[in-house]
Design a protein around this ligand. Structure first.
Ligand SMILES: *Cc1c(COP(=O)(O)O)cnc(C)c1O
Length: 430
């Protein structure tokens, strides 16, 4: 499979090159030259396949020519070696729990797949690749954990001092080895600006082979479609599901749409946003107007210009009317989000995190107008990652899950840094 740049000014490249570069030289996002069609009986008989078989079958066409079958099998099986349960919350709404991986958020899947791909592509090279990534919380932990110990790859994570939750900070700063955490005296936007400047800097690009690890990278984006298939395996109702995805950069939902285009049965997609409502506004007015991100309690979705929306438009041939037949988007404020956590806990004894709560609310609204349909939302992170708002809304204390108990009592190791590119460059050129 080859990948072309959505800016159409750079040549098409292999999966390996797209994964190593991250972004095309013309600054466009890479996009697969064709969307594979899955065999009809594969989808009809999906319950009879193992997770590993599904993962291999779905990913194989995307990496063809870059990764041999036996290596892909191993990469897929290591990527998805935890549970993806579809848990009923009400009679018509289920929660697809994507927080059972090592860092308790769905980003584990993409980060684990991408890290293993880069490890494979680097196997014979003596040049190190440096993954440079800015995080508002979840991305950094997933990337650090995914890349820990991968030969030939160093990871540098920039995070805003005092603005990530305690668990998130421990996940970023206690691993050591090939992972370095830079604690920036600034905001997430400062961190992101520093990373962007680094990618454009001649000196740094001479000294390092730099790549990014956010969802613009095809190796992180594409494997996210797998859990849509795992959910369908567990789907008990007749008729296809309505799927609601809490969305920020729109990488996750775009992966779901690609699964649908390959043959996965879906009734409707809802992109549930917080007050960062560029896409809901676009679908209503036809005008795409990026704006500065507004801080919310579902902070992983505080994105003012979602980078993957261009990929969704590409999947519908840039036709908004075709997109709207299967896809809608809505915006939910913090007060409603917190009230939803409280209501669902009290009425259904299910603890939502703020991102899942945005998804639950949007799905419930949609289903109340479509009385013959059922659906699920993606519970994108474990509530323990957002203890303040969840404990306040439910009036309970959330326990540390066993899988992250080891973090308690560890001490953080970070390098404090002033905001601004100069400080980053000085450190990297040291
Ligand atoms: C990253 C993230 C999102 C948003 O996903 P996108 O792919 O950027 O749309 C939602 N919820 C959580 C918990 C996240 O970490």
């Amino acid at each position: 499979m080859n990948y072309y740049s959505l800016q159409k000014q750079s040549p098409a490249v292999s999966f390996a090159e797209a994964a190593v570069k991250g972004q095309a030289p013309d600054k466009g996002l890479y996009f697969p030259e064709s969307i594979p069609s899955l065999p009809k009986d594969f989808v009809a008989n999906i319950k009879s396949y193992s997770k590993d078989e599904i993962g291999f079958t779905v990913m194989k066409p995307y990496v063809a020519g870059s990764i041999p079958d036996e290596v892909l099998q191993k990469i897929v099986s290591e990527t998805i070696n935890f549970e993806f349960p579809l848990v009923p919350v009400t009679e018509r709404i289920s929660s697809l729990e994507l927080f059972h991986g090592p860092t308790l958020a769905f980003k584990d899947v993409g980060a684990r797949f991408m890290s293993r791909c880069l490890g494979y592509f680097n196997r014979n090279s003596n040049q190190h690749t440096t993954v440079l990534v800015a995080t508002s919380g979840d991305t950094g932990g997933a990337v650090a954990n995914g890349f820990l110990g991968v030969e030939g790859v160093d990871v540098v994570i920039l995070y805003p001092q005092g603005k990530v939750s305690p668990i998130q900070e421990l996940q970023l700063t206690t691993l050591g080895q090939n992972i370095t955490a830079l604690e920036v005296e600034g905001t997430f936007d400062d961190c992101q600006a520093m990373v962007k400047q680094a990618f454009a800097d001649t000196d740094l690009n001479e000294k390092y082979s730099l790549t990014s690890a956010n969802s613009i990278n095809v190796a992180r984006w594409l494997p996210q479609q797998l859990y849509y298939f795992f959910a369908y395996q567990q789907w008990q109702h007749s008729g296809a599901p309505v799927i609601c995805v809490p969305s920020g950069n729109f990488g996750n939902i775009c992966a779901g749409v690609i699964a649908y285009k390959s043959g996965l049965p879906v009734e409707h997609f809802i992109a549930a946003c917080n007050v960062n409502d560029v896409v809901p506004n676009f679908l209503q007015t036809g005008e795409y107007k990026p704006k500065a991100a507004i801080a919310t309690i579902s902070n992983a979705m505080d994105v003012g210009n979602p980078s993957n929306f261009v990929r969704i438009m590409e999947l519908f041939g840039q036709e908004v009317s075709d997109l709207k037949k299967i896809f809608s988007s809505t915006s939910i404020d913090d007060a409603t989000t917190a009230a939803t956590i409280k209501k669902v806990y009290n009425e259904h004894h299910y603890t939502l995190d703020p991102h899942g709560a945005v998804g639950y609310y949007a799905l419930n609204e949609y289903l109340s107008e479509h009385s013959d349909q059922k659906g699920f939302f993606l519970e994108t992170a474990h509530p323990v990652k957002f203890p303040e708002v969840v404990e306040q809304s439910t009036n309970t204390k959330i326990e540390f899950p066993e899988s992250v108990q080891y973090l308690q009592g560890k001490s953080k190791q970070s390098i404090e840094m002033k905001a601004g590119f100069d400080a980053l460059k000085e450190w990297m050129m040291r």
